[in-house]
Design a protein around this ligand. Structure first.
Ligand code: NAD
Length: 309
């Protein structure tokens, strides 16, 4: 089938685009290269360097006539969303509506929307959290991901545009950048390899740092492949359901690298949740999905990538 991958020059979108191509699909990438890179764009894909807010998105989708739009393009930083809510809403809401309008008029069958299980639910009382928990977002980024999911429901009801929403936990792996504000795994690995001292952000009463659910990018890729023809009209958590503090993550990385540097500590950043852990049973039931990687095997793959770059 023909698939448009927005954000296909970024960390996760480029890994997903590679897998779609390897599975024999035609891939068209739309990315404005604001945080993505030209060198991540698979040469076998058709590439448009365009903003998803652009009026030209409509003519691109009409020309390409894709079956599925896999929407990874986003302002993807929680602290940036809190500092600049208009910027976040422009890409993550207005840009998404622009894409949905064009998807409908160009005859696309389905949208795979990338939501955030790591942010959407807020400080959830249900822990690990299922998709049934009512999200109480605590950042602009999370609010706008929730709004995106509501739009999906509207477009399916109004125009019959099918969708699957994938609520990723904290994704890590090859191609994640270490100079952004997200991506603690790549930040720790790159700093340690350079002999620099990484910083653990934390709340004073949570000395080991935030609890997160770290999922390896190839597992996330597998969820996108499954969502091409499964999971109609539903949202799914994509995580490991294994809690990991920032300190435990740090220890895993330093042990695998055999580099022991005592980290610095700093205050939690704007919008940082204390705890996040996802129950993924629904994805197993409907998508036949479960993670193949645990933290140890995923970190080993990621370290290999950073050492070989
Ligand atoms: P990324 O920044 O590497 O990728 C985002 C891509 O979108 C980049 O290539 C960027 O250039 C592109 N982009 C941004 N604004 C655009 C615009 N207006 N028009 C066209 N292209 C635009 O980030 P990522 O970590 O790969 O995130 C991909 C998706 O996954 C995002 O929707 C993000 O919200 C979501 N997500 C990521 C995580 C994570 O842990 N990394 C967790 C949950 C959800």
């Amino acid at each position: 089938m023909k698939i448009v991958v927005t954000g296909g020059a970024g960390f996760i979108g480029s890994n997903v685009a590679d897998a779609f191509l390897a599975a024999g699909h035609e891939v068209v990438i739309i990315d404005n290269l604001s945080t993505g890179y030209r060198h991540n764009v698979n040469p076998a894909a058709v590439f448009y360097e365009k903003d998803i807010c652009s009026p030209e998105i409509s003519s691109i989708l009409h020309k390409e006539k894709a079956d599925v739009i896999c929407h990874h393009a986003a302002q993807a930083s929680v602290p940036v969303s809190v500092k600049d809510p208009l910027y976040d809403a422009n890409t993550n809401v207005m840009g998404f509506i622009n894409l949905l309008q064009s998807a409908v008029s160009s005859g696309a069958r389905k949208v795979i929307f990338i939501s955030s299980g790591g942010a959407l639910y807020g400080e959830a009382e249900e822990y690990p959290t299922t998709e049934n928990y009512r999200p109480i977002p605590l950042s602009v980024y999370a609010i706008n991901k929730m709004v995106g999911e509501i739009y999906l429901h509207f477009y399916k009801h109004q125009y019959g545009l099918d969708y699957t929403a994938l609520r990723y936990a904290n994704v890590y792996g090859p191609r994640q950048v270490s100079h952004g504000e997200a991506g603690v795994v790549s930040i720790f690995i790159e700093k340690l390899l350079k002999g620099e001292t990484p910083t653990i952000n934390r709340y004073d009463d949570q000395p080991d740092g935030m609890i997160r659910d770290y999922v390896f990018v190839q597992d996330v890729v597998k969820a996108n492949l499954a969502a091409l023809d499964k999971g109609s009209g539903e949202a799914f958590n994509i995580g490991t359901c294994i809690p990991c503090s920032t300190r435990a993550l740090y220890n895993e990385i330093t042990n695998q690298l055999c580099i022991w540097i005592e980290p610095h500590f700093s205050q939690a950043r704007l919008g940082d949740l204390r705890n996040s852990l996802l129950n993924y049973q629904k994805a197993t039931q409907y998508l036949g999905w479960k993670p193949d990687y645990n933290l140890s095997s995923g970190i080993a793959e990621t370290i290999k990538y950073f050492k070989n770059r």
